[in-house]
Design a protein around this ligand. Structure first.
Ligand code: ASN
Length: 669
C-alpha cells in the first residue's frame, strides 16, 4: 500500500472527526473513494502525516466500511497493531537463527487459522488484498477483532531502541487515534518496560487501551508464548476500556510504568512488584476495574513529543567515590534517578557524597530517589534516607527505575512548568506510576456494607462472587443518583470506590445515561471523575450518540472537549442525516455537526446527503441551514450520479434551485 492509499484511508474516515486537522476552507473534507469528488477543498490531512516512514501495511478500514453497506452482525472492535520488531515476529532462517523478516509477518498471519478467519474476512471484505484488514477468529463472549498491522520499515531488536522510536510509536498512535478502538504494540522484551513507561507519560489524557506485548519465542514457533500474548492483547484491547499504557505478558496485564523485566529465559518475564495486575487471563479474562487509572480532566488525548535526553541513572554501591558522583552529576545532566539502598538510604557517614549531591540540586539538577529493591518504597524512616530529603532529593516512593527515568525525561521537558512545578510533579503520582494516589486505596465502607448485606441474603461469600455482586449493584446505584442529579450521592459512591466507568449488563455506563438525560452538571461531574467517553454499550453506542439523539448540544460540546468522537458506521450516520433533513429537523443536523459529522459529505446507502434529501422534499429552511453553515455542496453526486441541484431542477423547486446555483457559482469562482 503506498502513501496516497494510506492518506485516502485516513481521509475517508476523517469525515467523522473533522476537527483533527481542520482547515478554514469552504468544505472540510475530501472524499476520494470514487463516488464523490469534491472540488475547491483543502485536504484535512496534512501531508507530513506519514511522510517519514514507508508503511508496509496500514489498512484502510474506512474504505471497506464505506463499501460494505450491510451493517455488522458480529459486534466488532478495530485494533491497530504496530509491529516494531522483537522476537515475537521473528522467523528462523535456514541455520535456525532468529531473524526479523521484513514483509513476512502479515503473510504468515494470513496462513494461520488461529490468527486469521479467512472465511469471515472474505465474506465481509471480499477477496483478500494487501489493503484488506485482518480478522481474528471469533472468541465466544468477546467482540470480533478486526485488526491492521502497521509494520515498521526497520524491525528493531528492542535493545536498539531509543527516544526517537518512542516518539515514532507515540506519533503513530496519535494520528490513528480516532480510527481505532484500541492499540497493540509488538515490541522486543528487553526494553519493553522502558518504552511502556515513556509512552505512559507522553500520552496525556489517554482514553483508549494501549497494550505493548512481545514474546520470548516467535509467534509462529510451535512452542511459543507469542500466540497467547498476541491474541490476549488483541482481545483485551478490543473488549475493555483500560486507558493506560499496559504490558500483556504471560496471562497478566500489567501497568506499563509499574513493570520490570524479571526473567530473560522464562515465559513469565515481567512483573509489577508493587501493584497487582490490572487483568488476569485465565479461563475468563478478569479485569480489576477499580484499579484502572483513568484521566479525570476535561481534555482531549494529546501526545507530548519532546522528551529531555539529559537524564540518567546512578546506582549507589558501598565504595562509590565522590569523584564518580561529581562526574556523573555534571552538565549536561539535568535529571538523575538515584538508586539507593533499601528504603531509600545513602551512607550518611559519607559527607563527601552528600556534598556532591547537594551541589547538584543547588545547581538545579533534579534528583529522584528510588530503591534498588524491586518491592517496597523509599521513605524517610532511617536517618540515612532522611538526609537525602534535606539536600533536595525528591522521593520517588515505590516507582521503578524505568518509570523514574521516563518521568524525569517527561517532566524536565515540560516548558510550561517552572522549576518548582517540575519538582512538585516529580513527587506526585501522574499516571499511576507510584503510590500515594487516592485512586489506589478506595474506601470500602458503607456501600460495600450494602453489597455485603445483599450477599448474605443470597448466601454469597467468596471474594470473587462478592466482586461480581458489587459490579452489578454499583452501576445501579450510580444510575439512580444520575437520574436524580444527586451529586452528593455520587460523591458518596466515589468515596466508596465506585468505578464511574462501570457498565451495566447492557454495557451502558452512567455517562451514557447522563448524556441521554442531558444534565450538563452531572455529565461534567462524571467526566471529572473518570467516566470514559469511549465505552461502547451492547448496541455499539458511545455516550455521544445518546447526547446527539437527544439533541443536547451543550453536552455534545463538553464531550467533544474530552475527545469524544462519532464511531458509528458512516452509512448509519448518513442515513440519520437524511432522516433529519426529511423531517426538517435542523436541531438534529446541528447535533451531528457538533459531534464532528461532516454533514456536507456523509451520505446514506444511496449516496444521498442531507442536501439531496432537503432538495427532494423542498425543505427550504434545511437548505438555508446547510448553506449558512457551509454544509452544502449542490454538485455532490449520489450513486445514480444525481446532484442536489439536479434534483431541485427536476422537481421544479425553483427557490432551492436558485440558492444552490448561486452557491455553486460562489464556490467555483
Ligand atoms: N532481544 C529481544 C528484544 O528485546 C528479546 C525479545 O524480544 N524476547 O528485541
Amino acid at each position: 500500500m503506498d502513501k496516497s492509499e494510506i492518506l485516502n484511508g485516513i481521509v475517508n474516515t476523517t469525515i467523522l472527526h473533522s476537527d483533527y486537522k481542520q482547515t478554514n476552507g469552504y468544505s472540510k473534507n475530501v472524499i476520494t473513494n470514487g463516488t464523490h469528488e469534491k472540488k475547491n477543498v483543502e485536504s484535512t490531512v496534512t501531508n507530513d502525516l506519514y511522510s517519514n516512514k514507508s508503511a508496509n501495511t496500514y489498512h484502510n478500514f474506512s474504505r471497506s466500511r464505506c463499501d460494505s453497506i450491510t451493517l455488522d452482525d458480529d459486534k466488532e472492535s478495530k485494533i491497530l497493531v504496530i509491529y516494531t520488531g522483537g522476537t515475537i515476529g521473528m522467523m528462523r532462517n535456514n541455520d535456525d537463527v532468529l531473524v526479523p523478516t521484513p514483509n513476512s509477518f502479515e503473510r504468515k498471519i494470513k496462513q494461520d487459522p488461529h490468527l486469521y478467519d479467512a472465511a469471515y474476512a472474505q465474506k465481509k471484505y471480499g477477496p483478500a488484498m494487501n489493503s484488506s484488514p485482518l480478522v481474528l477468529p471469533k472468541v465466544k463472549g468477546f467482540r470480533r477483532i478486526i485488526y491492521s498491522i502497521y509494520q515498521y520499515n526497520e524491525l528493531l531488536d528492542s535493545s536498539n531502541m531509543s527516544i526517537k522510536d518512542w516518539k515514532q510509536i507515540a506519533e503513530d498512535i496519535w494520528q490513528a487515534y480516532e480510527l481505532y478502538d484500541g492499540f497493540v504494540v509488538l515490541h522486543g522484551t528487553d526494553t519493553l518496560a522502558y518504552t511502556a513507561s515513556a509512552l505512559s507519560f507522553m500520552f496525556e489524557n489517554l482514553g483508549k487501551t494501549v497494550i505493548i506485548t512481545g514474546a520470548q519465542l516467535p509467534v509462529f514457533d510451535l512452542r511459543t508464548d507469542g500466540n497467547d500474548n498476541f491474541v490476549n492483547s488483541l482481545l483485551i484491547a478490543g473488549n475493555y476500556n483500560i486507558p493506560e499504557v499496559t504490558i500483556f505478558f504471560h496471562n497478566k496485564l500489567l501497568r506499563g510504568n509499574r513493570t520490570v523485566k524479571i526473567d530473560s529465559e522464562n515465559f513469565d518475564a515481567f512483573d509489577s512488584p508493587n501493584v497487582p495486575p490490572l487483568a488476569i487471563a485465565g479461563i475468563e479474562i478478569n479485569v480489576s476495574f477499580r484499579q484502572i487509572y483513568r484521566p479525570k480532566t476535561i481534555e482531549k488525548f494529546s501526545v507530548h513529543l519532546s522528551l529531555n535526553e539529559h537524564v540518567s541513572l546512578l546506582r549507589i554501591f558501598p565504595n562509590i567515590t565522590a569523584d564518580t558522583v561529581r562526574t556523573f552529576l555534571q552538565p549536561p545532566i539535568e535529571g538523575v534517578v538515584l538508586q539507593t539502598y533499601g528504603a531509600g538510604n545513602l551512607p550518611c557517614n559519607r559527607e563527601d557524597i552528600m556534598a556532591e549531591v547537594k551541589k547538584a540540586t543547588d545547581r538545579g539538577v533534579m534528583i529522584l530517589n528510588c530503591s534498588q529493591c524491586s518491592k517496597g518504597s523509599v521513605n524517610s524512616v532511617y536517618q540515612t534516607g532522611h538526609i537525602l530529603n534535606q539536600v533536595g532529593v525528591i522521593s520517588g516512593n515505590d516507582i521503578t527505575p524505568e518509570a523514574a527515568l521516563a518521568k524525569l525525561s517527561y517532566v524536565l521537558s515540560k516548558d510550561d512548568w517552572d522549576f518548582n512545578t517540575k519538582r512538585m510533579m516529580l513527587g506526585r503520582n501522574l499516571r499511576g506510576e507510584m503510590g500515594g494516589g487516592k485512586s489506589e486505596q478506595p474506601n470500602t465502607l458503607a456501600e460495600w456494607d450494602l453489597v455485603d448485606a445483599v450477599a448474605r441474603t443470597l448466601h454469597v461469600s467468596s471474594p470473587h462472587e462478592l466482586n461480581v455482586l458489587g459490579a452489578v449493584l454499583f452501576p445501579a446505584m450510580l444510575s439512580n443518583a444520575i437520574v436524580r442529579s444527586d451529586l452528593t450521592k455520587l460523591d458518596e459512591l466515589k468515596g466508596f470506590g465506585a468505578d464511574f466507568s462501570a457498565q451495566n449488563s447492557d454495557g451502558r455506563t452512567g455517562l451514557h445515561l447522563a448524556c441521554a438525560l442531558g444534565n450538563l452538571k452531572v455529565v461534567r461531574y462524571l467526566l471529572l471523575n473518570g467516566s470514559s467517553v469511549h465505552i461502547k454499550d451492547r448496541f455499539d453506542r458511545t455516550p455521544i450518540i445518546d447526547a446527539v439523539e437527544n439533541d443536547h448540544i451543550e453536552v455534545i460540546k463538553l464531550l467533544r472537549r474530552c475527545g469524544a468522537h462519532l464511531n458509528s458506521h458512516p452509512k448509519y450516520i448518513g442515513q440519520q442525516l437524511c432522516n433529519a433533513a426529511a423531517k426538517g429537523n435542523i436541531n438534529r443536523l446541528e447535533s451531528y455537526a457538533t459531534a464532528g459529522a461532516d454533514i456536507a459529505t456523509l451520505s446514506d446507502i444511496n449516496g444521498r446527503t442531507a442536501l439531496h434529501t432537503a432538495a427532494l422534499l423542498n425543505h427550504e429552511d434545511v437548505i438555508d441551514y446547510l448553506i449558512d453553515n457551509q454544509f452544502a455542496d449542490g454538485e455532490i453526486l449520489d450513486l445514480m450520479s444525481v446532484s442536489p441541484i439536479e434534483i431541485a431542477r427536476r422537481k421544479g423547486h425553483t427557490n432551492i434551485l436558485e440558492k444552490l446555483m448561486n452557491l455553486s457559482k460562489y464556490i467555483n469562482k
